[in-house]
Design a protein around this ligand. Sequence first.
Ligand code: COA
Length: 426
Amino acid sequence: MAKALEGVRILDFTHVQSGPTCTQLLAWFGADVIKVERPGAGDATRQQLLDIPDVDGLYFTMLNHNKRSMTIDSKHPKGKEVLWRLIKECDVLVENFAPGALARMGLTWEKIHEANPRMILASVKGFGPGRYEDCKVYENVAQCAGGSASTTGFRDGIPMVTGAQIGDSGTGLHLALGIVTALYHRTHSGLGQKVDCAMQDSVLNLCRVKLRDQQRLAHGPLHEYSQFGEGIPFGDAVPRAGNDSGGGQPGRILKCKGHEHDPNAYIYFITQAAVWGPICDIIGEPGWKTDPGYATPKARLPHLNEIFTRIEAWTMTKTKFEAMDILNEFDIPCGPILSMKEIAEDEALRATGTIVEVDHPTRGKYLSVGNPIKLSASPSDVTRSPLLGEHNDEILRDVLGYSQDEIAEIADSGAIGAVPTKMAAE
Ligand code: COA
């Protein structure tokens, strides 16, 4: 079986998280991703958050699977020459440099399009055109500017960022879709185009239900927010809703057995109207099925704190997994709060390849998240991230057709840096 993107060649000029997330996805689907890094240093994440000295950090290894690494000094004349040869050989150039950095290397869209009219140029920036277009941006800045932080956390607490990297990885996902869309468009137009994703825009796209609520607010209070039932007035902007379920069915995170010593002994519990009867029976309040104060969703709104306190008195008698088993039998929507430790050990996630064990020549074995998108006819495996400059010779020779003498000349010029010491020793 062929991989879905076999034959597509990506010039990967990305670093840190947003861009690498995108190119890793394309690589998993079979694209030949050539990661270009600065000689000597490489992607900054190789050296960040190190758990083992002198070994590529997990930050790097977990975002750069299935890629080849080539070091090129993009400001060196010989390096520029190699880069332009690569531009002619590749289908897509992906980058997430600070605003203006690509143009300062001489790589403008006009020149790229002229050199290779079929090339797609895909970029991540923090902001689109406007007030902040020149800013450097990291994850939490995007979460704050995209509407996520103002709507996350508790109403009476400060804005919160989330652990899910919606600014970086979220934008990488958007960019990957933009690239495959442009590749599809190219099949009939014959031409490449620019694909731009701003991190603020991507976060906002993921927060669109909050912009929905902003507009509903103009027509009255938001009934599904707990504060409505508590009689707390709304302001003029969407408030933070704690752990309320966003879908209109009241939901909360409730303590389970063992919560006194296990910070993740919790369950998400939704009091969906359709299963109100079984919920009442399970928690030992059968009278609430017919009591006019509790029988309908509307009647329950002012009592949600009391109702969830009663449900929690029941969940605290069960572990989160025992509660899941009981509730699932009645199709009561619920979910365990899983720790990263539990996820890492989850047999089902390993069986589907969502959690994979990867072997790395200097690190040894480590866990990673495999491709979460499963295609039925196109396999996707996970191979280790490359060492810095590991594929310099291979790419110069096989992709660009340089002779051994020419390769030696490029190496001597200083444009691609030295071969990594660990590889030289092998
Ligand atoms: N050879 C020579 N120079 C190179 C190079 C190479 N192979 N690769 C990068 N450089 C240079 C760039 O040209 C730039 O030089 P310049 O400022 O003289 O033009 C320099 O390295 C720094 O690049 P920059 O992108 O500014 O890195 P940074 O570490 O200062 O900033 C970010 C990092 C992430 C803040 C910034 O790149 C950014 O805002 N990116 C867009 C948004 C984004 O993706 N953010 C999320 C990251 S997860």
